[in-house]
Structures are given as structure tokens and as C-alpha cells.
Design a binder for this molecule. Structure first.
Ligand SMILES: Cc1ncc(COP(=O)(O)O)c(C=O)c1O
Length: 419
């Protein structure tokens, strides 16, 4: 199956004339259409809200684009909370899902009125000490064991550092009620990048059953279930996009079966999707600089793992299109590599591609989430620009590329690096 980029070679070259490669390019139309489909699929739930996982792509222009669909933000750190604040988010529009949280992070989250999602039972006293307990709070659940869908093991929560055990959930709810909490939510994230349609329905079942049980035994009032992130995207061309309507209907079935007949009452559904919201609608565009013929055929490009590290750290597959050669036969085999002094810095290994020439532009797909944001400066590499490809065909710089000055910014303690 052919996977086509959202820009042509001519359009990419036009952008490259203004902003040199490498750069991350995002597709405004794709992002909006996908978001509207998600909102429509979950519209059966009155309180539904997507809290975009800021860590996936912390760019103000993209967060504002999602805010047009009334999406909130899911923040995981002090700086992400600050970004949310600068973009005008506050109160229920911020979910704060953090781990090993520092005092200053809870203080800021509380100040902003964010919904605080506690990752551990010991954080109850800690939060109380440093910021006070809010009236509405969320608890992150870890059911332990293996997480299975139709008997297939999808993940192993027992090995994950996140969340409270089942027994701790009961203890925590009772303790928090005694401390004045009036409304609760439950959060869980049990497996990542799920490309079947069964993940959310099974997760919802687990969370809903827990909520019914907690409500029955403690009398606590539950107002939302947070299904977090975890819906995957088809990185490989032979994979298919999740059917979000089927996913939402599966969650609805679990809701009707478990929540409706219970004493819980209406429950809002929240999601914290990152990858699903943006990964397919972002590409890393890089130019071919060199060829190397040794024991293998190497194509050297001007991007490296510092711009997209998933292949280097997870061996992740990212599809590559040679722009302008979309219909050419993929009859050559290349390793496409970056310039880091790391042998893992390979965007593709033994990949069938059309014949590549020096100067060609490569479009590396599904780089729109956990792409630019995971970038780093190893080898003195500078992080690239981010550009929005707009619905009217124009393009807008939404983050400039780093310069050596940015690289030296934290060395301004020394005179020679001051400017
Ligand atoms: C707490 C939390 N929420 C949401 C997400 C987003 O996950 P994804 O991008 O897989 O949807 C993550 C990812 O690490 C996360 O840790």
C-alpha cells in the first residue's frame, strides 16, 4: 500500500528555499480533520474532552489549533504547565499527569486550578503539605498483572512504575474524602501505540468496574474516567488507521453495561492522546547529502537522530518517501543514515526505495508526535525548525531552528560564551 506525504516535492522545495532542511512539517488540514472525527466519535458522551498530551508535540500553534476543538492539555512537568499557562489554559482545561513530582510542580498545578492526577498514594500527604488538597482529584490506577485484549498480552502493568494498586485505590479514596475531596476521576494507561480497535474499550471496562466498586464501597462521587493516551498510528504502510468510531462505540457499550445501571451517575470521558492526534500529520523533511558504498549502500542525510530519535532508540519503523519519486519503483536497497557518531543513527535499514540522487528530499512519515519533542543536542546538533503547512497551501514558521547561540545559552556563565 502506498503512503503519500501531504506535500509534493515542489511544495517542499518552496518551503526549503525559505527554511533550510531539515525541518518538521505539520499538516493543518490533517490535524483538524482527525480531531473533528475524534470529537464526533465521542460526542455520545456529554462531558467528553481530549487533553492533548503536550509532551508529544509541545508547540503553541499546534496546541492552539487543537484548542479550536475545545481540547485541553495534559501536562507532565513544570515547564509544560508554564506553557499551558502562557497559552491561556487554566482550571479543568489542564490535566496534570506527572510522576515523581516535585513540590514546585504541584504548587503551580494547584495555582492554575489544574486537575491533579496522583501517581502514588504517598503523594496525598506530599501534595497536602506543599500545595493543599483540591476538591476534585484524579488517581492513576495500575491493575498489575498482564494487560490482555482477547487473551493477547498487550502490556505488563505489573512491571510499570505508574499508578496505585487496587487496594491502594480504596485506601486513597477514603483518605482523600476525609481530607475534603468532593469529586474523583480515575486514570489508567496500560499499553502504548495500540493499533487495534480494542484498547480503549477494554481499558474502559477495567476503569468503569473499578469506579462502580469504589463508589459502592466508599460512597465517593466519580465524575470522570481518563482513558489517557495509547491509541496508535499505522507507522507501517501495511497497517491500517484505528477506526475511531468503532473504538468510541466499544467504550459506549462498556459504559452502557457498567456505568448506566450503577449508582455512579453521569461520567465524563477524558482522553490524553498525543500520537493519535499528531503523528501522522507531521513529517521530517531532510535532504540527501552523501552516498557511501562500503559493505552496504548508505544514503547520508542532513537530519539525524537528534531530530527524530525513535528509530535510534526503539528501532522504530518510519516510512520514507523520496519526494518526486512517489511512483518510481522501489528497486534499490539503502540504509538511510544521519550524521551522529552513533551507529544507531539510522532512519532506515535495508529499505527498498527508488533510486536516490544527491539533493533529493526525503519525507520521513509519522514524525508529528514524539518526534521534534524528543530531540536533543548530542554531537552539537541543533534542533530543527517546525513549520505548519496550512489549509490554503501557505506555510508558517511555528518554531525557529536552533542556532549555535541556543546551544551555548547555558554556558553564559563564561565570558567567551556570553554572546
Ligand atoms: C500520562 C500520559 N498521557 C498521555 C500520553 C500520550 O500518549 P500517546 O502519545 O501514546 O497517546 C503519555 C505518553 O507518554 C503519557 O505518559
Amino acid at each position: 500500500m502506498k503512503r503519500l506525504p501531504f506535500v509534493t516535492k515542489e511544495q517542499a522545495e518552496q518551503i526549503a528555499k525559505v527554511y533550510p532542511t531539515p525541518f518538521h512539517l505539520y499538516d493543518e488540514k490533517g490535524i483538524e480533520d482527525n480531531m473533528n472525527e475524534l470529537l464526533d466519535a465521542f460526542s455520545w458522551n456529554k462531558g467528553y474532552r481530549e487533553y492533548f498530551a503536550v509532551k508529544a508535540t509541545p508547540n503553541p500553534a499546534l496546541i492552539k489549533l487543537l484548542a479550536k476543538g475545545d481540547c485541553g492539555v495534559d501536562c507532565s512537568s513544570y515547564t509544560e504547565l508554564l506553557m499551558a499557562k502562557k497559552l491561556g489554559f487554566s482550571g479543568d482545561k489542564i490535566m496534570f499527569s506527572s510522576n515523581e513530582t516535585a513540590a514546585e510542580e504541584y504548587v503551580l498545578a494547584k495555582e492554575l486550578g489544574a486537575i491533579i492526577n496522583l501517581d502514588d498514594i504517598t503523594h496525598i500527604d506530599f501534595l497536602n503539605e506543599v500545595a493543599g488538597i483540591p476538591e476534585k482529584i484524579c488517581l492513576r490506577y495500575n491493575p498489575g498483572g498482564d494487560f490482555k485484549i482477547n487473551n493477547q498480552i498487550m502490556g505488563c502493568p505489573a512491571d510499570a512504575k505508574y499508578g496505585l494498586t487496587n487496594a491502594q485505590m480504596f485506601e486513597a479514596v477514603e483518605k482523600l474524602m476525609a481530607m475534603g475531596v468532593k469529586e474523583f476521576g480515575i486514570h489508567a494507561f496500560l499499553a502504548s501505540n495500540n493499533i487495534g480497535n480494542g484498547y480503549y474499550p477494554e481499558l474502559a471496562r477495567i476503569i468503569f468496574e473499578l469506579i462502580v466498586d469504589l463508589n459502592k464501597k466508599t460512597g465517593a462521587k466519580f465524575v470522570f474516567a481518563n482513558l489517557s493516551g495509547g491509541i496508535g498510528v499505522p507507522y507501517r504502510p501495511e497497517q491500517e488507521k484505528v477506526d475511531i468510531y468503532q473504538v468510541a462505540n466499544g467504550v459506549k457499550e462498556a459504559y452502557n453495561k457498567i456505568i448506566v445501571p450503577s449508582t455512579v451517575g453521569e461520567l465524563a470521558l477524558y482522553t490524553e492522546l498525543g500520537r493519535y492526534m499528531l503523528a501522522p500529520y507531521g513529517g521530517l523533511i531532510t535532504r540527501v547529502l552523501h552516498f557511501k558504498h562500503i559493505y552496504k549502500e548508505y544514503v547520508g542525510v542532513d537530519a539525524c537522530a537528534a531530530h527524530l530519535m525513535r528509530p535510534a532508540i526503539y528501532g522504530a519503523y518510519h516510512h520514507i518517501t523520496v519526494l518526486g519519486k512517489e511512483n518510481a519503483p522501489s528497486d534499490k536497497v539503502y540504509d538511510v543514515v544521519g550524521s551522529l557518531c552513533e551507529n544507531s543513527d539510522k532512519f532506515a535499514v535495508d529499505r527498498n526505495l527508488p533510486e536516490i540522487e544527491k539533493g533529493d528530499l526525503l519525507f520521513i512519515h509519522e514524525a508529528g508526535a514524539h518526534g521534534h519533542s524528543m530531540g536533543y543536542n548530542y554531537n552539537g546538533k541543533l534542533r530543527s525548525a517546525e513549520i505548519l503547512y496550512k489549509k490554503d497551501g501557505s506555510f508558517e514558521l511555528i518554531r525557529r531552528a536552533e542556532t549555535p547561540k541556543d546551544y551555548f545559552a547555558t554556558l553564559d556563565i563564561y565570558d567567551e560564551f556570553k554572546d
